[in-house]
Design a protein around this ligand. Sequence first.
Ligand code: FES
Ligand code: FES
Length: 161
Amino acid sequence: MKKQLLSLTVNGDVVDVAVASNATLLEVLREHLGLYGVKEGCSEGVCGACTVLMDGQPIRSCITLALEAEGASITTIEGLAQEGKLHPVQEAFVEKGAVQCGFCTPGMILSAKALLDRNSHPTDDQIKTALAGNFCRCTGYSKILDAVRSASGVITTAEGD
Ligand code: FES
Ligand code: FES
């Protein structure tokens, strides 16, 4: 299949990749760019394991064509830590025991980050709604909820609002 040139920003770096027109963003991130933090679960848009942020919004990269990301800014879990320091949402997941096997964790953290970026004081219902599309087989969700509540406090304090 003829390939097309895709230009996008991934974790702050502009990248150009030759992709097939039917390639998914998930394939490009993992197989072309070696970003294995983005996970492939169901491949059908159901489980949320493949969640990344496109221009700040959580999307399912398994059902997003790579060419739909032309010109977009993509954030994967590899892009959250800054200068070796974990993002507050990552720290909270570790501190609250919200990571077990870790398969759902990158998508879960990115969905939580997107929520906290638009709403630094979410209610429990708002957190549950934001994470409703991210499935976890290990934690039972209560620790994940604790982590997002905790990160909300940290981010609020850090931002001084
Ligand atoms: S792998 Fe994309 S939603 Fe499950
Ligand atoms: S920590 Fe294992 S699936 Fe969520």
